[in-house]
Design a protein around this ligand. Structure first.
Ligand code: NDP
Length: 273
């Protein structure tokens, strides 16, 4: 590394589990970019101070993970359209006093479904389960693919209503109730945190058909409870490892202006889970 090495990090609490340093190190090697990328543990009440110190030391950009995505949104002095739509930021870029906030989670999801899994979203029926940060980030990129129907359902219904309300002008977007979902969708995306507790959102198996892609944003060595439930009912299941790699690639592109290849990085990470 030379003195021109640019510094990046992922900031969160906890952050030890993050795979972002491994991913970005591979991207940097592949594209021959001179950069370092570390984990930055911020105190729960010290996000802003930690970011300011990182910038003071010359840091160029941060990935932001739980629980700081809303604080990162508030701290940004400029926002991309998708970050504004999400109301949350997972990527910060520091440039001449400006703090640019972006959200690459949703585009990472869409890239993994469309490019990596080869599934077209345009004209399809899509069910999005959850209304937390990940679901919020996914909504605009999903709508940009012009699905015929996008239904958002959440355990706490009011949050799904609020989320859909943000995109009120969109004709193909609607709120669904877990208990009332009764017909098969082309794509069912689990953006709830249920898989973290090895639980499945309380939905009817009838949302899955033989041609359904069941996508769990969570990833693990073994298929998640949601993936097992979906395949038991005829669907094809995919986890969120590809989303993780694709959102990282999009952040890398924002920072460096170079688009890394993701397939080999994805394969290596899968091997190491
Ligand atoms: P949040 O805490 O912001 O939101 C959690 C959501 O899950 C809420 O909608 C909540 O509903 C719902 N939920 C929690 N437990 C259950 C349950 N037992 N049954 C039904 N619904 C439940 O989390 P995030 O949105 O940040 O993350 C959601 C998931 O997405 C996590 O598994 C996370 O790991 C994954 N993720 C993956 C990424 C990737 O790159 N692959 C990137 C970002 C997230 P309620 O409103 O009722 O509380």
């Amino acid at each position: 590394m030379s003195s021109k090495t640019d510094h990046y990090a992922v900031i969160g609490n906890p952050v030890a589990h993050s795979k972002s340093p491994e991913i970005h190190a591979r991207f940097a090697l592949q594209t021959q970019q001179d950069l370092s990328y570390e984990r930055l543990l911020a105190p729960l009440d010290g996000f802003v101070a930690s970011v300011q110190e990182f910038v003071r030391q010359g840091g160029k950009g941060l990935n932001v993970t739980l629980p700081f995505k809303l604080e990162a949104y508030a701290l940004s002095t400029r926002l991309t359209e998708r970050a504004r739509a999400a109301g949350a930021v997972n990527t910060l870029k520091f440039d001449d006093g400006e703090i640019l906030g972006d959200n690459t989670d949703g585009i990472g999801l869409v890239s993994d479904i469309v490019r990596n899994a080869g599934i077209v979203l345009t004209g399809k029926s899509v069910l999005l389960l959850g209304a937390g940060g990940a679901a919020r980030g996914a909504l605009l990129p999903l709508l940009n693919e012009q699905p015929a129907r996008l239904v958002v359902a959440n355990r706490t219904r009011s949050k799904a209503v609020e989320l859909v309300h943000r995109f009120a002008a969109h004709p193909h977007l609607e709120v669904g109730d877990f208990a009332a979902l009764d017909d098969a969708f082309d794509i069912v995306i689990n953006a709830t945190a249920a898989s973290l507790a090895s639980e499945v959102p309380p939905i009817s198996p009838r949302v899955f058909g033989k041609r359904t892609l069941a996508y769990d944003m969570m990833y693990a060595k073994e298929p998640t409870a949601f993936m097992r439930f979906a395949t038991q009912h005829g669907a094809t299941a995919r986890d969120g490892l590809g989303m993780l790699v694709e959102q990282a690639a999009e952040s890398f592109y924002l920072w460096r202006g170079v688009r890394p290849e993701t397939a080999a990085v994805f394969a290596e990470l899968r091997e190491q889970l």
